[in-house]
Design a protein around this ligand. Structure first.
Ligand SMILES: NC(=O)c1ccc[n+]([C@@H]2O[C@H](COP(=O)([O-])OP(=O)(O)OC[C@H]3O[C@@H](n4cnc5c(N)ncnc54)[C@H](O)[C@@H]3O)[C@@H](O)[C@H]2O)c1
Ligand SMILES: [Fe+2]
Length: 383
C-alpha cells in the first residue's frame, strides 16, 4: 500500500509574507543566516510579526551546510527562550538547521509541541516541505541526511521577493538542485503517480525559467516560477526519495565544500548515463532498463524531440551539460581549480563507502557497486 500526503500548509504568491501576521503563535524564534540580517531582508519578516503582536527573538548563527556545532548553539538558544514556534528564514542550510534545532531541543526538554514555519530565500532544496534535514559533522567530514516525519514544517511561505537578491552563481547551483530533485525522484524506485506529476511540472518550469532567472535576477516572473518549482520538486522527492546523485554530492559537500546544487549538477550527466546504461546494449531497445523510458519522457517535456528513447537520453545528458556551460558551472572537479588531485583521489574510497551508506542510495533505479561509484568519482575529476 502507498500513501501520499502534504503535511505543510503552503502560502505563496505576492504578499505571502503577510501570513506572518496571522500565525497561531505568540512567541517565536527566528532562525536565519547572517546574510538575511545584514542585508536587512529580515525586516520583511519582523515587520509582519510586529504588526501581528508576536514576540520574537533572532538567532542568526547559521552557516552553509548546517554544521552540528552551530546547531548545538541553536539548541542552547531555543532551550533558553522556549518559543512556541520557529520561523526559519534562509536557504536549505537555515531551514535544515532549524529542523535539527527543534528536533534535538525537544529531545532534551519536551515542553510541548513547537511549530515550524519555513520561509525559503533560495529556490533550491524544497526543504520547506520535506521530512529531510541534512546536517554536517565537520569533524568526521560526513553529511548525514536525517529523515523523520517530525522534521516537516507546519507551514511554508513562498515569496519570490526574498529570492531577488540571490546572485547568479547561487541561482545556478540551487536551480540545478531543483532539477536534480525532480529528475531523481522521477526515476526513483519509489516513484508514484503523485510524485511523478510533481516532478514533471517542476522539470517543465526549470526548462523554461531557470536560465531566465540566472540571466536576469530581477525577472520576477521567472523567480516566482522557480520558487514554486523548488517546492514542487521538494514534494516529489519527499514522496519518492532521491538517488545516487545526492548520495555522491553529499560527500563532495562534506569533504570539499562544493555547494550542494553545484555538486549535483556536475554529477548528474554521469548518473543519468550510469542509470540508463545505454552504452551496454545498442541493438534492441527492449533490452534497456526501465529508467531509459522515464528519462526519455523528461527529454520530451524539455522539448528535446528525438526519434528513439536512447537518443532522447543522450540529448538529456547534453541538455544538462549545456545548462552547466551556460550558467558557468564547472563540468569537472579539476576545473574548480582549488582541489588538488592528491587530496581528491585520496578521498575517493572513503566517499564511495559513505555514498553507498547514504539514505538516498536505496531508491536509485540501478543498484551501484562500490566500483561503480569509484568509477564515477574518478571520471568526474576530468573526463
Ligand atoms: N532538507 C532537504 O530536503 C534538503 C534537500 C536538498 C539539499 N539540502 C541541504 O540544503 C543545503 C543547501 O541549501 P541552499 O542550496 O539553499 O544554500 P544555503 O542555504 O547553504 O545558502 C547558500 C548561500 O546563499 C546565501 N543566500 C541565501 N539566500 C540568499 C538571498 N536571498 N540572497 C543572497 N544570498 C542568499 C546564503 O547566505 C549562503 O551563503 C545543503 O546543506 C544541502 O545538503 C536539504
Ligand atoms: Fe538537493
Amino acid at each position: 500500500m502507498d500513501s501520499f500526503g502534504i503535511k505543510t500548509q503552503i502560502y505563496f504568491g505576492e504578499g505571502a509574507l503577510s501570513r506572518l501576521k496571522e500565525i497561531p503563535y505568540r512567541k517565536v524564534l527566528v532562525i536565519t543566516d547572517p546574510f538575511v540580517v545584514e542585508s536587512k531582508m529580515i525586516d520583511l519578516i519582523t515587520e509582519p510579526l510586529r504588526e501581528g503582536g508576536i514576540q520574537y527573538e533572532i538567532f542568526h548563527d547559521v552557516v552553509p551546510d548546517a554544521p552540528v556545532d552551530k546547531i548545538s548553539n541553536g539548541v542552547k538558544k531555543f532551550l533558553e527562550y522556549q518559543p512556541e514556534a520557529i520561523v526559519a528564514v534562509g536557504g536549505g542550510s537555515a531551514i535544515d538547521s532549524s529542523k535539527a534545532i527543534r528536533e534535538f531541543s525537544l529531545k532534551i526538554n519536551n515542553y510541548g509541541p513547537v511549530g515550524l514555519i519555513a520561509i525559503p530565500t533560495t529556490s533550491g532544496t524544497g526543504s520547506e516541505v520535506t521530512s529531510f534535514a541534512v546536517v554536517n559533522d565537520t569533524e568526521a567530514k560526513v553529511k548525514y541526511p536525517l529523515v523523520s516525519e517530525g522534521l516537516t514544517a507546519d507551514e511554508a511561505i513562498l515569496d519570490a521577493e526574498l529570492v531577488k537578491s540571490v546572485p547568479p552563481s547561487i541561482t545556478a547551483d540551487t536551480g540545478m538542485d531543483v532539477f536534480t530533485h525532480a529528475l531523481e525522484s522521477y526515476v526513483s524506485t519509489d516513484h508514484n503517480e503523485f510524485s511523478s506529476a510533481l516532478s514533471e511540472k517542476a522539470i517543465e518550469i526549470c526548462g523554461v525559467f531557470l536560465l531566465r532567472a540566472y540571466l536576469d535576477g530581477n525577472d520576477m516572473h521567472a523567480r516566482q516560477k522557480m520558487h514554486v518549482a523548488s517546492c514542487l520538486a521538494g514534494l516529489a522527492f519527499n514522496s519518492a526519495s532521491l538517488g545516487i546523485t545526492h548520495s555522491m554530492a553529499h560527500q563532495l559537500g562534506a569533504l570539499f565544500h562544493i555547494p550542494h546544487g553545484r555538486a549535483n549538477a556536475m554529477l548528474l550527466p554521469h548518473i543519468v548515463e550510469f542509470n540508463a546504461n545505454i552504452n551496454k546494449h545498442s541493438r534492441s531497445q527492449k533490452e534497456y532498463l526501465p529508467a531509459v523510458k522515464r528519462y526519455a519522457n523528461i527529454a520530451h517535456i524539455l522539448g528535446l524531440s528525438n526519434y528513439n528513447e536512447v537518443m532522447s537520453v543522450r540529448s538529456l545528458v547534453n541538455w544538462i551539460q549545456f545548462m552547466q556551460k551556460e550558467m558557468n558551472i564547472p563540468l569537472t572537479i579539476q576545473e574548480i581549480g582549488t582541489i588538488t588531485p592528491d587530496a581528491y583521489f585520496a578521498a575517493v574510497d572513503k566517499m564511495a563507502d559513505a555514498a553507498l551508506a547514504d539514505a538516498c542510495t536505496a531508491t536509485n533505479p540501478r543498484v551501484p557497486s562500490k566500483e561503480d561509484i569509484i568509477k564515477i568519482y574518478t571520471k568526474l575529476w576530468s573526463f
